[in-house]
Write a protein that binds this ligand. Structure first.
Ligand code: UDP
Ligand code: MG
Length: 354
């Protein structure tokens, strides 16, 4: 099997052709972002390959994206790509985060049907036939909906539940409860996703936005096979903020309401002061005054903060920086290894051409 490696410089020079040019598109792609998943990869590849074989024979590819892992994820992945014709290993130049790593995979995958799952085997690949059976009923998206979450803390479950409730209230597109990115999509849905240029990507929301017919497939979410969650509280809050700000401007409207409420409170207070003055009652109460000033001050700062969230995102979006940079792509499916065209350029071109 011939192995060649195209480095970033060659990709930049446009020497590379992209995976679309090295063979016919497979019926099925499985896209899996991986960050520090060295201990999961072997079993992941084994179980996913078996599930794909059962479902579609040999007509599939598994696209593994290494999102700047600090362990041996990339060498292990590259090794699999060298040994297994169905595996495409993509090395990103740094850690871009789950949603951007997933976006890279969606750009590169070629399948007519695309399955997205996590690398930690929390989403069992054995559900593939069930997913495909639902797709065959004529749906464009079948999303996994968790009926249980094994091995997750009460805190994670509680925060996830608050998050979904909040999202449902604020966001115009329906975001089904208890869904992750575990889902199967048709090619046209993936193409529409790829054409969305934003860098703050809340992918499950974007999939909802695309529309067509989308249905749930209930499943039991398993515990992580090895390693630990890469979503600590800090990342979860950032994720929730990205999700809300990229799908809703209701927080901005809430600031208007808060301003109105504070104004009304001020008027009532003034009226009360005036009446006390008419009745000749002495006014004590500098404490309450100081309290009011503080409350108003904090309200104003909060509103500025909310504005800032949106303004900062607009600023970052307006730079139109690449969503991710690819270091290397390894695929042995046709005996060659190809670098990809820079996917973010495709995204931008699509955006510019409307
Ligand atoms: N992931 C990634 N980049 C990151 C963090 C996570 O590609 O910066 C991947 C990770 O390898 C896994 C998926 O995203 O395949 C979900 O992450 P994780 O299992 O840590 O999240 P949880 O299941 O706890 O929500
Ligand atoms: Mg996980």
């Amino acid at each position: 099997m011939k192995m060649e490696t195209w480095n970033a410089a060659q990709i930049d020079r446009g020497v590379s052709l992209g995976l679309h040019d090295i063979g016919p598109a497979p019926a099925l792609s499985v896209v899996i972002p991986c960050y520090n998943e060295e201990a999961n990869l072997d079993l992941l590849v084994e179980r996913t390959t078996a599930a794909c074989r059962n479902a579609v024979g040999n007509d599939f590819e598994i696209v593994l994206i290494n999102d700047g892992s600090r362990d041996r994820t990339w060498p292990v992945m590259a090794d699999h790509a060298g040994k297994n014709r169905r595996i495409v290993a993509v090395n990103l130049s740094a850690n871009y985060g789950h949603q951007l790593a997933l976006s890279a995979g969606l750009q590169l995958c070629r399948g007519d049907t695309v399955m997205v799952m996590d690398a930690d085997l929390q989403d069992p690949p054995e559900l593939l036939p069930a997913f495909l059976a639902k797709m065959a009923e004529g749906h464009d998206v079948v999303y996994g909906q968790r009926v249980s979450r094994a091995g997750e803390t009460a805190f994670k479950k509680a925060t996830a539940s608050v998050f979904y409730r909040l999202m449902q209230r604020m966001v115009d597109v329906p975001i089904p409860r208890d869904t992750g990115d575990f889902r199967v999509m048709s090619r046209r849905v993936v193409d529409h996703l790829n054409a969305m240029p934003e860098r703050y990507r809340f992918i499950r929301g974007m999939v909802s936005l695309v529309g067509f017919s989308q249905v749930a497939l209930p499943y039991e979410r398993e515990a992580r096979f090895a390693g630990e969650s890469n979503y600590p509280l800090k990342k979860m809050i950032a994720f929730a903020l990205d999700a809300i700000t990229s799908f809703s401007t209701i927080p901005l409207r809430i600031t208007t309401y808060l301003g109105l409420i504070a104004g009304a409170m001020g008027l009532v207070t003034l009226g009360w002061v005036f009446i006390s003055w008419l009745l000749g009652m002495a006014l004590t109460g500098w404490t309450s005054l100081a309290g009011l000033v503080l409350i108003i001050g904090s309200l104003q700062l909060m509103m500025l903060g909310i504005f800032g969230e949106y303004l900062g995102r607009m600023y970052m979006e307006s730079k139109r920086r690449p969503l991710f940079i690819i270091d290397e792509v390894r695929a042995a499916s046709t005996g060659i290894v190809a670098g990809s065209p820079i996917p973010e350029m495709q995204i931008m071109r699509q955006a510019i051409n409307g």
